[in-house]
Design a protein around this ligand. Structure first.
Ligand SMILES: [Zn+2]
Length: 395
């Protein structure tokens, strides 16, 4: 299990006490989600439960809730989890993004570096206006993402003073710093760009997320510059200077970084971010993702990403236990950033953000970033979403 680090330990005594409150306290609820298989790793819960919601918060979780409710969702045969949190998206690029990914069950998102000092104010405005909680990482390059060109080929773009000022202007929504360090984005500037990202982040006590892949510098040199709580996205990127050596063995520095609190994020994306072979070799050696993310944008529906539940399903195929998969998409993601402290859980009192998914049996095709297909017999589909205690209408 990859969830043995202190800040990923779940469960609270308070919640257990509240769940056991006498029925005499029960009132009329706004919404009851009935009969689903509730998986909440934050409470160690995997059982059939009814969930009652009042005033936008989780009011009760019990085997059966008979009290009146204004609205009921029949979740029999479905999975019910805390709302999904996607920590690497580009949902902040357009105001159409947040409501689109909300349909997939994503009730919290992080835009990872779409904007740098020159344009982060636009991303921040979209985060503030989103229906669900949206936050962003400022790109260390002042331009934000330049694709396919790459934003760090000129080191002057990594301007520390400008990035700091961008955070100062947007402290309410900027929760970290992003540095894209693959060869095609940064070339030989990767280490210096990361040093500058850390200089900005540490001034505000924020994490850095790095994107890796076919890096110019050896991975151990990048890892040496990461602190506890920093995040590596695209962790299964194949090719030179990745997590595996020439014999497909994990570099010892990779697991050592994990042990000291560096977080491993999947980061599906569309090009050069993962292949099945690297996922298979690494997971067999015990490297599972702490968090899932899609690298989402408004075109993801028609790429190999599809949606976050589809990305999660890829790891069902590799044998990751379902409760660990749900943890990665909920409580683990929430614990990456203090802004999500009260999310990723169905604890009584928590904001009532809920994802209801269907785990279908059949023959489902999944794609890596090299158009390789694998077929598996289970896939998660979004079914219903509840945000702030209200059912989200289907688009
Ligand atoms: Zn990205």
């Amino acid at each position: 299990m990859m969830m043995n680090r202190r800040h990923f330990v779940g469960g609270t005594a308070t919640a257990a006490l509240l769940v056991g409150m006498p029925k005499a306290f029960a009132a009329t609820y706004d919404l009851v989600i009935k009969g689903g298989r509730v998986i909440d790793p934050s409470m160690g819960l995997d059982a059939t439960r009814d969930i009652a919601i009042s005033g936008g918060r989780i009011a009760a979780i019990e085997p059966s809730i008979a009290a009146d409710a204004t609205e009921t969702i029949d979740a029999r045969g479905k999975l019910v989890t805390a709302g999904l949190i996607d920590i690497h998206t580009h949902a902040g690029r357009s105001k159409d993004g947040p409501p689109m990914c909300l349909q997939d069950g994503v009730t919290g998102w992080v835009d990872a570096g779409s904007g740098g000092a020159d344009n982060i104010d636009d991303v921040a405005a979209i985060a503030r206006g989103a229906p669900q909680i949206g936050r962003c990482l400022v790109n260390i390059a002042r331009t934000g993402v330049i694709a396919p060109g790459g934003e760090l080929h000129d080191l002057n773009a990594a301007n520390v003073a400008m990035a700091k000022a961008a955070i100062e202007r947007n402290r309410d929504v900027v929760i970290g710093v992003k540095a894209r360090l693959s060869d095609n984005v940064a070339g030989a500037n990767d280490l210096e760009a990361l040093r500058r990202a850390q200089e900005v982040a540490t001034a505000f006590n924020l994490p850095v997320m790095i994107h890796i892949g076919q890096n110019y510098s050896p991975l151990r040199s990048l890892l040496a510059l990461l602190k506890r709580g920093d995040i590596i996205t695209h962790v299964y990127a194949p090719g030179k200077n990745g997590i595996l050596d020439d014999d497909k063995i994990l570099h010892p520095e990779v697991m050592a970084a994990h042990r000291r609190g560096v977080i491993f994020d999947f980061g599906n994306g569309v090009s050069d971010h993962f292949d099945w072979d690297t996922v298979e070799k690494a997971t067999k050696q015990g490297l599972w993702p702490d968090t899932f993310s899609t690298d989402w944008n408004t075109k993801s529906k028609t790429s190999g990403v599809v949606d976050l539940p589809n990305v999660m399903s890829k790891f069902i195929m590799f044998g990751m236990p379902l409760n660990q998969i749900i943890a990665a998409a909920t409580v683990n993601a929430a614990r990456c950033f203090p802004a999500f402290d009260d999310r990723g859980t169905l604890n009584v009192g928590a904001p009532a953000d809920v994802a209801i998914m269907e785990l279908r049996e059949g023959a489902f095709e999944f794609l890596d970033n090299y158009n390789n297909k694998r077929t598996a017999r289970q896939r998660l589909f979004p079914f219903e979403v509840v945000l702030n205690g209200k059912r989200v209408p289907k688009a």
